[in-house]
Write a protein that binds this ligand. Structure first.
Ligand code: C2R
Length: 165
């Protein structure tokens, strides 16, 4: 999936991660951030991952989001091949409630950072917001859209405080 001149590259280890990672795509779309999303696995298609990451900056990508479940090596391998910010999203996976993905994404050796988000859809949403926040540092119009998104969220949370039986 691709919009024009993508600034954010979303990689996921399997198509089975897409249901969760749609939250990243939807949030970026809501903020008007151009992105692309691809299935690429450090285990199953390592050459595709390396090729993508090495060409990302030259193609205009500014932030990478890497999502994987189980033995989640994708984000770490991406980070090892680029100085672009890499945000890791651990997938809940098929066992261990995603703790395996979380730990294998977050526990990077010093020198090769992966900004690791929460497991699952919350992490997928927040990866988009963090990517947008990074891009907004140099994009005043995006900064305004991000502030409006946050304001709407606050207003919804306040409006939710009208409990009845
Ligand atoms: N952790 C990785 C990597 C990787 O780290 O490169 N590649 C695929 N996977 C993960 O394997 C899980 C099961 O994949 P399948 O559903 O295709 O069997 C997915 O969550 C995927 O991210």
């Amino acid at each position: 999936m691709q919009t024009i001149n993508p600034l954010v590259g979303i990689l996921m280890g399997s198509r089975s991660d897409w249901e969760t990672m749609k939250e990243t795509a939807r949030t970026l779309a809501a903020l008007g951030v151009a992105f692309e999303a691809h299935v690429a696995s450090a285990h199953r298609t390592p050459d595709k991952v390396i090729d993508y990451v090495l060409n990302a900056e030259g193609r205009g990508i500014r932030v990478l989001v890497a999502a994987a479940g189980g033995a989640a090596h994708l984000a770490g391998v991406c980070a090892g091949k680029t100085h672009l910010p890499v945000l890791g999203v651990p997938m809940k996976g098929w066992s261990l409630d995603g703790m395996d993905s979380l730990l294998s994404t977050v526990q990077m050796p010093a020198g090769i950072p992966v900004g690791t988000l929460a497991i699952g859809k919350a992490g997928a949403t927040n990866a988009a917001l963090l990517a947008a926040a990074i891009l907004a540092l140099g994009d005043p119009a995006l900064r305004e859209r991000l502030l409006a998104y946050r304001k709407a969220q606050t207003e919804k949370a306040l409006a939710d405080d009208d409990l009845s039986l």
